[in-house]
Design a binder for this molecule. Structure first.
Ligand code: B12
Ligand code: SF4
Ligand code: SF4
Length: 304
């Protein structure tokens, strides 16, 4: 088959392709917006000469998020499997993976430039780039105190995928809308976290401060080991069958040791499923949470 390597890529067609594949958003960042990336996590560490990062995103359905409330508020633990499947492991992870591949293929076939789709999450082989920093760089939203990206429509209830390319695509503007998070007044994410993984605003003298495209963002300090314990049910207190972690102040080494000793899960696609929490994401009020969940009687509100 004859290859057409000379056509120019129309950005709108690229975005339409992403939307037609089940994406809810798509934005483009120029690589200069990653100037402050730590060594090893810069787009050029994955694709030397990359000029643009295309970021696609899917929202999580309200019906999927509310299954978490059935688990957290009604004690219906089976209900959370809906979130595991449709909000985490399978959809949206595979939707993003397919969309990243299709967008990369569209760029390569249409322009002759190189396009590298990145891993999107569980079961897709490693993490090459920070998807959350890329989503901010592409103008899709801004960091919330909880450490992930808020969009005006869906708050943190989104997932992202990234395609790096040597093709120069006109970047979208960075998010410049209304402030989405006010941690001085809110703090719900910190309050609902069952393991205290998220630092409290004002009580922590070193929040993470990042500069992306000349804009300053701030988010909490996250203790990843504490998050893993709940997400993966590594203790009885957090729903596990045994205490795979016993330390009061666990380190990531304790977590990896627990992974080695874990017998693994009997259902689902992950050997150790990591979708058992998501309280910070589920209860964050950004993205019309009150109207979507509280006023419909789907949640009684966060228990802080
Ligand atoms: C593994 C993983 C987890 C693990 C552990 C995370 C860890 N860091 O050890 C666990 C299971 C605990 C976890 C938890 C959650 N996760 Co998670 N996770 C990931 C995953 C797949 C890889 C993380 C990683 O290693 N990234 C690579 C490193 C390099 O990125 P980083 O940690 O963000 O970068 C750090 C530095 O290198 C530097 N940096 C890197 N690049 C750049 C660039 C610039 C410009 C700057 C300034 C700095 C910088 O800054 C960071 C701070 O140290 C990412 C997807 C991804 N590839 O990022 C999702 C991801 C971050 N998770 C996501 C989500 C939703 C969650 C949960 C809510 C899970 C849930 N149940 O729903 C919680 C959130 C907890 C919280 N409040 O943050 C989403 C966030 C979406 C969003 N709205 O922003 C992501 C982006 C997946 C996706 N496909 O969308 N997660
Ligand atoms: S996912 Fe759960 S354990 Fe992890 S930071 Fe959010 S609330 Fe805390
Ligand atoms: S729960 Fe509140 S403080 Fe936390 S990220 Fe959402 S809006 Fe910000």
């Amino acid at each position: 088959m004859e290859r057409n390597h000379c056509m120019a890529i129309d950005k709108e067609s690229l975005k339409q392709l992403a939307l037609s594949l089940g994406m809810d958003m798509c934005g483009v960042a120029s690589i200069d917006r990653f100037a402050t990336s730590p060594k090893g996590n810069h787009p050029h560490d994955l694709l030397p000469g990359a000029k643009s990062a295309v970021v696609v995103g899917v929202r999580l359905l309200d019906g999927v998020i509310q299954s978490n409330f059935r688990a957290f508020e009604d004690g219906n633990r089976q209900a959370q499997g809906v979130y595991g499947t449709y909000g985490y492991t399978i959809i949206p992870n595979f939707l993003l993976t397919y969309a990243c591949y299709a967008v990369a293929r569209f760029i390569e076939v249409g322009s002759g430039e190189v396009a590298a789709p990145c891993s999107t999450g569980p079961m897709t082989n490693g993490a090459q780039i920070s998807l959350r920093h890329a989503a901010v760089a592409a103008g899709l939203g801004a960091f919330g105190w909880l450490g992930i990206v808020l969009t005006p429509e869906f708050g943190p209830r989104n997932r992202f995928g990234v395609i790096l390319t040597t093709l120069e695509i006109e970047p979208d503007p960075m998010y410049d809308g209304a402030r989405l998070c006010n941690p001085e007044k809110c703090g719900i994410c910190t309050g609902v976290c069952p393991s205290g993984a998220l630092s409290r605003h004002g009580e922590d003298d070193s929040p993470k401060v990042v500069d992306i495209g000349g804009k300053r963002f701030e988010y909490c300090n996250i203790d990843w080991a504490k998050c893993f314990i709940v997400e993966e049910q590594l203790t009885k207190e957090h729903g596990g069958r045994e205490d795979l972690v016993t330390s009061e102040n666990p380190t990531l080494a304790d977590i990896f040791d627990a992974h080695r000793r874990s017998p693994g899960d009997e259902s689902g696609l992950q050997r150790i499923s990591s979708w058992h929490c998501g309280r910070c994401l589920s209860y964050c009020p950004a993205g019309d949470w009150g109207q979507k969940f509280k006023s419909r009687g789907l949640s009684g509100g966060p228990v802080v």
